[in-house]
Design a protein around this ligand. Sequence first.
Ligand code: ZN
Ligand code: ZN
Length: 311
Amino acid sequence: MLKAHFSKLLSWFDSSNIKASENTSEAIDWLRVIPFILMHLACLLVLVYGWSPVALWVALFSYLIRMFAITAFYHRYFSHKAFKTSRACQFLFALLGATATQRGAIWWAAHHRQHHLYSDQDKDIHSPRHGFWWSHMGWFLCLKNFTTRERYVRDLIKFPELRWLDRFDILIPILYGISMWGFGFWLSISYPELHTSGGQMIVWGYFISTIALIHCTLCVNSLAHVMGSKRYITNDDSRNNGLVAFLTLGEGWHNNHHHYPVSARQGFFWWEIDVSYYLLTLMAYLGLVWDLQPIPVERLRANLISQEAER
Ligand SMILES: [Zn+2]
Ligand SMILES: [Zn+2]
């Protein structure tokens, strides 16, 4: 028992301390998720450190750039191979994605690929059919989904640098948080007129922006399978949800995405704002990514719900 507790404490720093064979329980694994709870409580430090315009701007930028790393790379690239990039760029965005504190790219992609294989069926790891809060948070707070199911990510585990990021998945967020503190401290010395501090910058630039980032990302799994409209007949409950799309730089067009997951764009029409896709187009123009998968015209028009109604 003591040994199991100790290995969970070690798993805060080295995820390889929990083995796949232990993956059975669907109960919240309180000891292991203490850091996740503390991150939420740390947002309350805003009552101590206050705010400043510069801290709010940094929080917004910190949110947006890491959301892009999650949506464009963790999701569209690592999970769905919706475009190609160099190994260096792949690593850089895996690194940036890791600061979002949603674990490593391999773990993220493995669970997401399983979600697409069994969407809203029994083997879907985070279907709202198993409970809304389960689909939002419960599924990753338990032991069952802690380890990476490697059979889904054979193409990714061959990269040792990605495996390293997955194993020590808390290290990069800690370094990011410390950098925020250092940045705020430097600003407080160099530009005192900005009225910021190390404490204020870590609260806004890391804790608040990361918690917002995590929950908005999770809304794709929970809300975008419950609320919104359906354009396509898919074998699941996926919805197009404009609010989730706004908050997640385009990921809320989730019914589109389940209809044709390999597409680099998820807003299929000009009015479906998809900022991640616009930025990917810019990166393609700069030669950083290439072979962005389009949505073929015949797929765009296939399985439309209104067509089905007419038959
Ligand atoms: Zn989904
Ligand atoms: Zn997906």
